[in-house]
Design a protein around this ligand. Structure first.
Ligand SMILES: C[S@@+](CC[C@H](N)C(=O)[O-])C[C@H]1O[C@@H](n2cnc3c(N)ncnc32)[C@H](O)[C@@H]1O
Length: 241
């Protein structure tokens, strides 16, 4: 299947940003701490019956080995070509992890995925693009499957939450000075420019639940977001039958 789904619904620039040499993670320790937190949260979320997890917009996906270690087949898909190239180098031959090319993402069969994780992605998609993806996610899910939409930004979220999300692992892992320099670098970076030019898509909690409901999901918000950012939101949605 080829379709608008393989086009870059975010309009290109955000995907180009994530594919390029950005400095959102201030160092390797930060990058690893970010994914270790995701791995912990996802491991707590998935049931023992989970066989296949699709990480949509997976980025560097350093949580994948830990999830695969639970006996789950992890499918990784990211719209940014350079990200997929990095993933292919990192994970080719790793048991339980498969990096999907766009044609393979298009060819995934209905009803074959138990958990779809969409972490820190929907803010980079237009509302129309997310609405366009939801029927595809719904079709991919197995009977008892669930969609996890995480790190969703509520309207009016201040930068304080983002700063705290960086400083929390920095304090825990001892890279506070590097993190503070990273904040200054981000202030002068493409990220800030794109954020003010393109904006980030935000959703109220009730709006996200209603959107998911319109697409045939029964959704609720979790108490704690996946990852370090406490001011963002995670929703778990099952197919309403
Ligand atoms: C903030 S990163 C999040 C990466 C990872 N999920 C995480 O939690 O660290 C956003 C990722 O979404 C990817 N992305 C953006 N739009 C996408 C789309 N339409 N389809 C698939 N991936 C997309 C970007 O390329 C980028 O790697």
């Amino acid at each position: 299947m080829t379709s608008a789904l393989t086009k870059d619904p975010s309009g290109g620039s955000w995907t180009a940003f994530w594919g390029g040499p950005h400095r959102i993670y201030v160092n390797e320790v930060h990058l690893r701490a970010h994914y270790a937190e995701i791995a912990r949260d996802v491991a707590a979320l998935v049931g023992r019956e989970t066989r296949v997890l699709l990480d949509f917009g997976c980025g560097d996906a350093l949580a994948a080995p830990e999830i695969a270690g639970l006996g789950i087949d992890v499918l990784l898909y990211d719209a940014a070509g350079p990200v997929r190239d990095r993933l292919a180098k990192r994970f080719t031959g790793t048991p339980g992890i498969r990096v999907l090319a766009p044609a393979e993402w298009d060819a995934l069969r209905s009803g074959t995925v138990d958990v779809i994780l969409v972490n820190s992605v929907v803010q980079y998609l237009t509302r129309e693009a997310l609405a366009g993806l939801l029927p595809r996610f719904r079709a991919l899910l197995s009977v008892r499957g669930c969609l996890v939409v995480a790190d969703v930004i509520p309207p009016g979220a201040s930068l304080i939450g983002d700063i705290a999300a960086l400083l929390r692992p920095a304090l825990r892992h001892g890279f506070l000075m590097v993190a503070l320099r990273g904040l200054v670098a981000t202030y002068f970076s493409d990220y800030r420019r794109l954020r003010s030019e393109l904006g980030l898509t935000s959703y109220r909690a009730d709006e996200m639940v209603a959107l998911l409901g319109r697409h045939g999901f029964a959704a609720s918000r979790l108490v704690k977001n996946i990852g370090f950012n406490r001011s963002r939101m995670t929703f778990v949605a099952t197919v309403a039958r």
